[in-house]
Design a protein around this ligand. Structure first.
Ligand code: BDP
Length: 622
């Protein structure tokens, strides 16, 4: 699915701002569906409140029940479509960039779309339903209940003991370590396309000697007769000069002396982007779409992760889309601040723990040369019941939607199908083997990984071994041998070596980190102090400095910033392993990361990358 943006032939009207909102507090949260709340204004069904979109609904009010609400919430927005959309006979769509978890939407009381799963877009064409010259009403019901088959999974427990629990009491449990924020998390867009429109573009790049190869496929919809459609494809360089053209729905464009897309730690001229300008036309209409294209390759050998055939080392971070009262709601200031902080800290990569991030973030990563491991929503799969047929089907859908949305981003270099599934279970083996295989069918150009965790011994693993890269999370001296920093070197080194020896492929330390309450100081260091977090990281660094000369291709600290979790006696105010606070202020460990990452980053800036750039500049100038 193409990102929704304005072009010469498309218009977008964002439906953000204040929506009407009410939670369905009835038993089983079914009253809204039973009474069909969508067929009349929400305020006529009961009391409504204002709810900002995009945002999670959980932290917006002072109501503890709404914060922890499990069930169905209802949103409503009125809008008037621009008159000229009728005049020029546009197709009209309503697109939700993401809503968590199960969404059902109606326009003027008519069902338009249902979607399962958060963090990925869905849309409906509403050309025939929309009413011009009057107010239109969108109603959305969102159910955030997690079951053994959802991704992420969860369970609902109904304790039976009436002496201990009030009537109607139930609890949602889940095995992921982050709060189940819910609501309309990303923008809702009313947008148009012409009758004939570009539905999808797929671009795959390659490099042969100094020539960039751009294979493209354009998929159009709305044409009565495909032979009547004409295509005009132009590839422009960053200065707007045309470098290649095409005239068919699919084809190959060659770019002699191409400027390659490099991560910013590999070149002084990183993140070079061309623009693929696509125009399709039939007798009655035309559509245009500009797609940024980074020409680069991703390959692996036994011990290296290669971008443009040069070794890339992930100076990385784990992250969450999480910030103060917005919860998981998309927010431009937070997004730009996070990218700025990453560059300031010398971070050249991150994983989208533990769900796909907003596409705007990937756009910025494309532009800044920040490398992304793009992860699905499969986290917390701990029990055999999470590996059944329904989960598998949902998982396949998530991978399809994820690859379809993110396939053209040069910053995305690897897919992660899951985080820390229980890969000692026999069922996990065939399940993950097939998910990985399927993901490779969807995209054969990028490696696929599964992030494994705990002190899992390589020989007991049933699933991570199917990934192209071993991605490993460990927390020595934190979860186990608590407080004993001196075990880290021995245990982390042995663990990473065992995985490499057994599977003979590149290894990434995909998470490691220690909790730290900002401002809590102890000397000598004890757990949760700033000093402990510093010493913890330094012990891991000793291992990384040894193994990166061998097979380790990356280190990714857990975590960029503190974030909210479920409530637990072990978690005061959420997860505090951030090197930044939740408000994005640095803890003392940040300076250690900054110093290390800049130092390694500078020393690995690939000279040859710059030579390639200079050579191509010179040749183009001649
Ligand atoms: C890892 C999980 C991550 C958690 C982290 C932790 O992948 O989501 O937040 O542990 O416990 O196992 O801090």
């Amino acid at each position: 699915m193409l990102y929704t943006k304005e072009t010469e032939s498309r218009e977008v009207k964002e439906l953000g701002g204040l929506w009407k909102f009410r939670a369905d507090n009835s038993d089983g949260s079914k009253l809204g569906f039973e009474e069909s709340w969508h067929i009349r204004p929400l305020s006529e069904t009961g009391e409504v409140i204002d709810m900002p979109v995009p945002s999670s609904f959980n932290d917006i009010t002072q109501d503890r029940k709404l914060r922890d609400f499990v069930g169905c919430v209802w949103y409503e927005k009125n809008f008037i479509p621009p008159k000229h959309w009728k005049m020029v006979k546009q197709r009209i769509f309503i697109k939700f960039e993401s809503a968590h978890y199960h969404s059902t939407a109606w326009l003027n009381g008519q069902h338009i779309v249902s979607h399962e799963g958060g963090h990925l877009p869905f849309q409906a064409e509403v050309t025939r339903l929309i009413q011009f010259g009057s107010v239109n009403r969108i109603t959305v019901a969102i159910n955030n209940t997690l079951t053994p088959e959802t991704l992420p999974p969860g369970t609902i427990k109904y304790p039976r003991n009436p002496n201990k629990y009030p009537k109607g009491y139930f609890a949602q449990n889940y095995f992921m370590d982050f709060f189940n924020y819910a609501g309309i998390h990303r923008p809702v867009k009313l947008h148009t396309t012409p009758n004939l429109y570009i539905d999808d573009i797929t671009v795959v790049t390659n490099v042969t000697k100094a020539t960039g190869v751009v294979d493209y496929v354009i998929h159009v919809k709305g044409s009565g007769c495909s032979s009547m459609v004409s295509y005009k494809i132009r590839l422009l360089d960053a200065d707007g000069h045309e470098v290649a053209i095409g005239q068919t729905a699919s084809g190959q464009l060659l770019v002699p002396n191409a400027n390659l897309w490099w991560p910013y730690t590999m070149s002084d001229h990183p993140a070079y982007l061309y623009t693929l300008k696509v125009r399709v036309e039939d007798k009655t209409s035309f559509d245009v779409y500009d797609l940024p294209v980074g020409i680069r390759t991703v390959k692996l050998n036994k011990t290296k992760f290669l971008i443009n055939d040069k070794p890339f080392y992930f100076l990385g971070i784990g992250k969450h889309e999480d910030a103060d009262i917005r919860g998981r709601g998309f927010d431009y200031p937070i997004m730009v601040k996070d990218i700025n902080l990453m560059k300031w800290l010398g971070i050249n990569s991150f994983r989208t723990n533990h769900y796909p991030y907003a596409e705007e973030i990937l756009d910025l990563c494309d532009e800044h040369g920040i490398v992304v491991i793009d992860e699905s929503t499969a986290v917390g799969m701990k029990k055999a019941e999470n590996f059944g047929d329904i989960s598998f089907y949902n998982h396949i859908s998530v991978m399809e939607e994820l690859v379809s949305r993110d396939k053209n981003h040069p910053s995305v270099v690897m897919w992660s199908v899951a985080n820390e599934p229980n890969s000692t279970l026999a069922v996990a083996g065939p399940y993950m083997k097939n998910i990985i295989k399927y993901t490779k069918l969807l995209d054969s150009t990028r490696p696929v990984t599964l992030v494994t965790g705990g002190d899992l011994k390589a020989r007991f693993d049933q699933a991570a071994k199917y990934g192209d890269v071993i991605c490993m999370n460990t927390y020595y001296s934190w979860y186990g041998d608590d407080g004993h920093l001196d075990v880290i070197y021995k245990q982390a080194e042995a663990n990473l070596r065992e995985w490499f020896d057994m599977y003979q492929r590149p290894v990434i330390q995909a998470e490691y980190g220690a909790g730290c309450i900002a401002g809590f100081h102890t000397d000598p260091p004890v757990m949760f102090s700033e000093e402990y977090q510093e010493e913890f990281l330094k012990e891991y660094f000793r291992v990384f400095d040894e193994l990166r000369r061998e097979f380790l291709v990356g280190e990714m600290v857990w975590v960029f910033a503190d974030f909210m979790t479920h409530q637990s006696t072990k978690l005061a105010g959420g997860n505090t392993k951030g090197i930044l606070t939740r408000q994005r202020q640095p803890k003392s460990v940040a300076k250690i990361i900054k110093q290390r990452y800049h130092q390694i980053g500078n020393s690995t800036t690939a000279e040859s990358a710059d030579q390639t750039y200079c050579q191509s500049k010179c040749k183009n100038a001649n």
